[in-house]
Design a binder for this molecule. Structure first.
Ligand SMILES: Nc1ncnc2c1ncn2[C@@H]1O[C@H](COP(=O)(O)OP(=O)(O)OP(=O)(O)O)[C@@H](O)[C@H]1O
Ligand SMILES: [Mg+2]
Length: 345
């Protein structure tokens, strides 16, 4: 909690303000000293001047001056020094107040927007699933109705010249609503409490099924999916949930290619006593500074991404007690490993 506070912007602003305050105080102090020095010069008292010049306040000059010429010192030094010092104090105090007010407004604005966004996102994930289902149903019927309407209107004679435009608009509505339905489905999957239905699953069968499902998506982008798995490995897991895990991971690998052709390899490996499934691509990779964020719900770098894929993957793996590891080089590719429990378990 305290360590967190030291890392906040508020703390940095506090430090900056304190530093500025001390700086102004010092400048004010020396300005006052210099003024009293020059005043002594104008007083044409060379003895005082030289004494003061050679011994500024830090070297005890003022004390000696006070002892030698108490009257002059009191008139000169006190009035000049304290006059300037008071002004500099007032100035620095008002500057600090201004700075605090200014920065607090800035920070509040920034953090306020961020926390509102975060809480809106969180609220969506905490909504009762009945409401989420209802919203999904509404969007679904909107999607179907817009398709039917588009087809009907395009068939009416009066609209003869505008058929193309009508088909384009109804197509756009359908695509967008379809995306919304998918987003709702992902949110629903994410918010669900998992009751694992565990059974021995052959990893080769599961991964081949996932590859078959995603082959059209890969072929569309000119990507070659290669599966190379030991046929005899079985692990206890919830098949449907683990299928979602691999669909998400392989989809991410396919989506990591920006137009260029490439390969996505799915293979098994062993590390110590554990089985690993590795999904490897040579796509655009993940920048080091965002690699920690990829598991956060709604974090995405894609134009049409929702950012729930890896959050969902993590949740399902945690429920099973499985782990995952991402290794990525920006512009070179990514290697995602799913690590199952020890072989004897
Ligand atoms: N194989 C990969 N190659 C490059 N970047 C990746 C890869 N896997 C994940 N990422 C990065 O992690 C981010 C989060 O991934 P995640 O699957 O959670 O969301 P998404 O794919 O953006 O959206 P969706 O909800 O549709 O899955 C991605 O936007 C991308 O920046
Ligand atoms: Mg994804």
């Amino acid at each position: 909690m305290i360590r967190k506070f030291f890392k906040t912007k508020k703390f940095r602003v506090f430090l900056l303000s304190l530093f500025t305050f001390l700086l102004i105080l010092m400048v004010g102090f020396y300005a006052s000293e210099t003024y009293s020095l020059f005043s002594s010069l104008y007083s044409k008292n060379s003895a005082i001047y030289s004494l003061k010049q050679s011994n500024m306040v830090f070297f005890g000059g003022n004390d000696r001056l006070k002892l030698a010429y108490p009257d002059i010192f009191n008139n000169l030094h006190n009035s000049a020094f304290y006059y300037f010092f008071t002004i500099s104090l007032i100035l620095s105090a008002s500057l600090i107040i201004f700075m605090f007010a200014y920065f607090y407004r800035l920070i509040d604005k920034e953090e306020g927007t961020l926390s509102t966004l975060k809480s809106v996102e969180k609220n969506i994930l905490e909504m009762p699933s009945t409401i989420l289902h209802e919203i999904k149903g509404n969007i679904n019927s909107l999607s179907i109705n817009s398709r039917v309407l588009g087809a009907r209107v395009a068939g009416v004679k009066d609209f003869e010249g505008e058929k193309e435009e009508i088909t384009r608009i109804s197509g756009a509505i359908e695509t967008e609503t379809h995306k919304l339905v998918q987003t709702m489905e992902n949110i629903l999957k994410f918010t669900k409490d998992y009751h694992l239905n565990l059974e021995e699953i052959n990893l080769s069968d599961l991964l081949n099924f996932v590859a078959e499902t995603l082959k059209p998506k890969a072929a569309d982008k000119g990507i070659n999916l290669r599966v190379s798995l030991d046929k005899n490995i079985s692990v206890k897991m919830d098949r449907d949930l683990m299928e979602q895990v691999f669909i998400n991971l392989v989809s991410n690998a396919i989506e990591s290619y920006d137009g260029e052709k490439g390969d996505v390899s799915i293979y098994s490996s062993f590390y110590l006593n554990k089985i690993l499934i590795i999904i490897e691509d040579n796509g655009k990779g993940i920048k080091q500074e965002i690699i920690k964020k990829v598991y956060e719900p709604f974090f995405t770098t894609k134009k049409n991404g929702v950012g729930l894929g890896l959050a969902l993957v993590k949740k399902i793996l945690d429920a099973h007690g499985f782990k995952m590891h991402i290794e990525s080089n920006y512009n070179k590719g990514t290697k995602v490993s799913v690590i199952f429990k020890d072989l004897e378990n």
